[in-house]
Design a protein around this ligand. Structure first.
Ligand SMILES: [Ca+2]
Length: 259
């Protein structure tokens, strides 16, 4: 009787404790993360066009059959990303093709509810990419009060004959973040965190309710994680009183939920 109930009890406790301290990646997303029509295969859906910019479906593309192209000075493509979490870490990436002297830029701005710019623009750029697309990739933390972000594809130095293209533009929270647990260990490479990640990926994200919880947790946790990271004494308490027990439970019950 006792043996039979142990795993179930352990699972229930695990679920309850996880519900209070576990922080994980956002919902699994498409290749562009939170960007709509990131590969420009769907016309210009999701992008606001200014000047001589648009979809192009001939010549070099990075993925699929189309890309974005700016064919004159001053053209741009802009997309707004809603529901960005203040203090969350986000990844920006994209592929740029530049022929001639023009430089292509993927720019990212974080903004507050009144659309005020909150920090210097994050910029990925490329000039004269040698007949191919080059990838830009960076990680940046959303400032306090961020509510949304804006991605801007632009160029400078364009003269007739130059060609600036963009493809596979992405924006997302970086994968693999158990932010509170990471803050408690002071690194995201601690072996203990592997069990939490595995539990998140194999159990929570495969269940609709679990996935919702992970998403919610991701939304609320970065400020808590930041606070913990900045207070060494608190880090020890959180690690030993909260994270370690969860890691132990996750290990103990791995036979039940693991492969
Ligand atoms: Ca494409």
């Amino acid at each position: 009787m006792k043996r039979r109930f142990l795993p179930i009890t352990a699972l229930l406790v695990l679920a309850a404790v996880m519900s209070t301290i576990f922080l994980a990646i956002p919902m699994p997303a498409s290749a562009g993360g939170m960007v709509v029509n990131q590969s420009f295969e769907d016309g210009l859906t999701g992008w606001v066009v200014s000047g001589s910019a648009g979809q192009v479906c001939s010549g070099p593309v990075h993925a699929g059959t189309c890309a974005a192209e700016i064919t004159g000075a001053g053209g741009s493509l802009t997309q707004e990303i809603s529901n960005v979490t203040a203090l969350g870490r986000y990844q920006l990436w994209g592929w740029i093709y530049a022929a001639g002297n023009a430089t292509g830029y993927i720019e990212l701005d974080f903004l507050d509810a009144s659309d005020t710019l909150l920090s210097p623009t994050t910029v990925l750029s490329a000039t004269n990419t040698g007949g191919t697309y080059v990838e830009g990739n960076t990680t940046v933390r959303a400032p306090l009060n961020t509510t949304h972000a804006r991605i801007h594809l632009v160029e400078t130095g364009w003269v007739s004959g130059d060609d600036v293209r963009f493809d596979e533009i992405g924006f997302n929270a970086p994968a693999g973040g158990c932010f509170i647990a990471t803050a408690a260990y002071g690194t995201d490479t601690a072996q203990q965190l592997d069990f939490l990640r595995e539990y998140r990926d194999q159990v929570l994200l495969k269940d609709p309710l679990g996935a919702r919880f992970v998403y919610l947790y991701y939304k609320v946790s970065p400020p808590i994680a930041n606070y913990i990271a900045e207070h060494p004494a608190l880090r020890t308490v959180v690690r030993e009183a909260l994270v370690e027990p969860v890691v132990s439970l996750t290990k103990l019950t791995q036979g039940i939920w693991g492969h």
